[in-house]
Design a protein around this ligand. Structure first.
Ligand code: GUN
Length: 276
């Protein structure tokens, strides 16, 4: 079975749009801080803007000039954190190399952290959260319990939080990475494989057991075409697999958009409590 992201993402976006309708004319606002030198960052931002506009969310993008320093990012974030009109803030990664990504990402106010990158965020990061939602949709909520799950990649925004969410669903989890020896020994026994590597054709059909469930988080460009990490053509008849594009990508975006009316209502509640 091909696990398409779009129907699941569309349902989430519909839900977000109806929550926004219920705000009686009040409109949440998202600010996206982008790095115009990074083409991938621009594509992600464009998809987020499109989905927000569809749901009736205001969006502003701020393109950081080349050579921006950590302090310049921090000054901008301090202003946006204070701004009552701003519901959510995204610093689209990767940022300019002249600034420190960790310091910048952690300067977003928790109340506005729509990405879920802070240690004490209200939400987990969007990509792993979207993947769990997608697995729930296609396989049912109890599916992961007792399953052997292999996550390939150990990044802060995908691999590590993914492993935690799988563990929270009672899967048996292994995190593999660039230094893992004999990767195939792990993947071959996996019921669920999450590949977040960033290399085209990395996961091939000899590495996957029949009827496994493969989630492809890779976004790679080959001859101008967008492809994932997996040999999709040879895997699609062997196991369940997400396509690239059209799999995990729309889920990341919809998960993010869905959080804006939630944050907005939390902020309204806080304000009301302050005024009491
Ligand atoms: N770069 C790649 N994925 C993401 C994401 O989900 N959020 C942000 N801010 N940057 C990213």
């Amino acid at each position: 079975m091909i696990l398409y992201g779009k129907p699941v993402a569309d349902a989430l976006l519909d839900n977000a749009a109806s929550k926004i309708d219920n705000l009686a004319g009040k409109t949440p606002k998202l600010v996206i801080i982008t790095n115009p030198n990074d083409p991938a960052s621009q594509v992600y931002a464009k998809n987020k803007i499109k989905a927000c506009v569809l749901c009736g969310i205001n969006v502003e993008t701020i393109a950081m000039p080349e050579n921006s320093t950590t302090q310049q990012y921090l000054n901008l974030l301090a202003k946006l954190n204070q701004d009552k009109k701003v519901t959510g803030i995204i610093v689209q990664l990767p940022i300019h190399k002249t600034a420190d990504e960790k310091i910048v990402s952690s300067a977003i106010n928790k109340e506005k952290d729509v990405d879920g990158f802070l240690k004490d965020s209200y939400f987990p990061p969007c990509t792993p959260a979207g993947i769990i939602h997608m697995l729930d949709f296609y396989k049912g909520k109890g599916f992961l319990a007792g399953k052997n799950a292999v996550v390939i990649g150990r990044s802060e925004i995908v691999g590590r939080p993914m492993a935690k969410l799988l563990l929270d669903r009672d899967a048996t989890v292994t995190i593999c990475h660039s230094k893992t020896e004999n990767l195939k020994d792990f993947t071959k026994h996996a019921d669920v494989i999450i590949s977040a590597v960033g290399k085209p054709n990395f996961l091939t059909s000899d590495m996957v057991k029949p009827n496994a469930c493969v989630i492809d988080v890779g976004i790679n460009r080959v001859n101008g075409k967008l492809v994932g990490d997996c040999d999709f053509e040879n895997l699609k008849d062997l196991c369940d697999i997400t396509p690239v594009p059209g799999g995990v990508g729309p889920m990341t975006v919809a998960t993010l958009v869905h959080r804006l009316p939630i944050l907005y209502q939390k902020q309204l509640q806080k304000e009301a409590e302050h005024e009491k």
